[in-house]
Design a protein around this ligand. Structure first.
Ligand SMILES: [Zn+2]
Length: 288
C-alpha cells in the first residue's frame, strides 16, 4: 500500500498544493521513532534521509530495513533518500538496497564535472525508477565558512537541469548546514527566478534554524523539499544530556524516551510549517 507514488510524483503534488516535503535525517532507532511518531500524529508524509556516516554507523541493510519496517508500522507515507553522496559506488549500493531517491553532490566540482556525474547517476537511477537530487552552487557544509559567495545562478540552474535531466535540485540561496551564527537571509528573488526557469523540484538544505515565515515564503516561491538534520541531532542530544545529568538509571529503555519525545515535538513543529505554506502566507506578499 505504501510508496505507491514515486517521489517525483509527490514533489509535483506538493508544489501544486503549496506544501513542501520535510526531509529528516535519522541516526538510530530512537531518532527514527521520534520522527515517525510526529509524521504519524500529523498525518503527513516524510522523507527519511541517511548520509554515508549514518549508513556506516547502522549498516546499510539494517538502516533500510528498519526505516521500511517503521514506515509500515506507523502507516506513514514515506521515502528513503541518500543525502549528500559524492560516491557513485555508494549510490549503486543504496539503489540496490531499495532507496527511493539519491543525492549526488558534486557541487564543489566544476560545473562540467557536476553535469557529467549527475547525468551518469540519472541514467543509473532510471533502472530503479528512483528520484535523483543534485546540488548546484555553494551551500556551506559543517565547518565551512557560510559567507562565501556561490549562490545558484538561475541560468546555470536551467542549463544544469536540461543537461542532466535531474529530478530535484538543491539550490544555494543563503542557507547553510549546521547552526547559524547570525540570522539567515534567503535570497527569495533568486529563488523565484530559479523556479521560473527550471522544471526540477527545488530543495532547501540547511533548514535548521531558518525562521518559519522565511521557510513558508521559500515554499511559496517553489521550494518543495526542506532538509532538517542539525536540529534533530541537537534536540535529541540536549534532551539526553539533560535527563542524564540527574539520573543514574541504567535502563536505557527509560533513559531514551524523553529525547525521542523531544524529536517528535520538533518534527511536529516543522511539519506544521511546511503544510499548506501558501495558504498561510497569502498576506505576506511584501516579503521582497
Ligand atoms: Zn545538505
Amino acid at each position: 500500500m505504501l510508496n505507491k507514488k514515486t517521489l517525483q510524483q509527490k514533489h509535483k503534488e506538493m508544489l501544486a498544493h503549496g506544501s513542501a516535503l520535510l526531509a529528516t535525517n535519522f541516526y538510530n532507532y530512537e531518532t527514527l521513532r521520534g520522527i515517525l511518531e510526529a509524521a504519524s500524529q500529523m498525518k503527513q508524509p516524510i522523507i527519511l534521509q541517511l548520509t554515508k556516516s549514518s549508513v556506516d554507523y547502522m549498516g546499510l541493510q539494517i538502516a533500510v530495513k528498519m526505516a521500511r519496517a517503521a514506515l509500515e508500522e506507523y502507516a506513514v507515507e514515506g521515502w528513503l533518500h541518500l543525502d549528500h553522496s559524492d560516491s557513485y559506488e555508494l549510490i549503486v549500493q543504496c539503489l540496490d538496497a531499495g532507496f527511493d531517491s539519491v543525492m549526488i553532490d558534486a557541487s564543489e566540482k566544476p560545473i562540467s564535472d557536476n553535469i557529467s556525474i549527475t547525468r551518469k547517476v540519472v541514467e543509473l537511477a532510471k533502472q530503479y525508477n528512483a528520484n535523483v537530487e543534485a546540488e548546484l552552487g555553494y551551500v556551506a557544509k559543517l565547518g565551512q565558512p557560510s559567507d562565501k559567495t556561490g549562490f545558484t545562478e538561475p541560468e546555470e540552474a536551467s542549463l544544469f537541469v536540461n543537461e542532466t535531466g535531474v529530478d530535484a535540485l538543491a539550490v544555494a540561496i543563503g542557507s547553510a548546514h549546521g547552526f547559524y551564527t547570525r540570522a539567515p537571509e534567503l535570497d527569495l528573488e533568486r529563488l523565484s527566478k530559479i523556479h521560473a526557469c527550471t522544471s526540477a523540484a527545488l530543495v532547501l538544505h540547511g533548514g535548521s534554524g531558518i525562521p518559519a515565515d522565511m521557510l513558508k515564503e521559500a515554499i511559496k516561491r517553489g521550494i518543495c523539499k526542506i532538509n532538517l538534520a542539525t536540529e534533530i541531532k541537537n534536540t535529541f542530544m540536549c534532551e539526553l544530556k539533560n535527563s542524564l545529568a540527574n539520573n543514574q538509571d541504567i535502563d536505557l529503555r527509560k533513559v531514551f524516551p524523553p529525547a525521542i519525545h523531544a524529536v517528535t515535538k520538533l518534527v511536529k513543529e516543522k511539519l506544521e510549517i511546511v503544510k499548506n505554506a501558501v495558504l498561510l502566507t497569502d498576506s505576506m506578499d511584501d516579503y521582497d
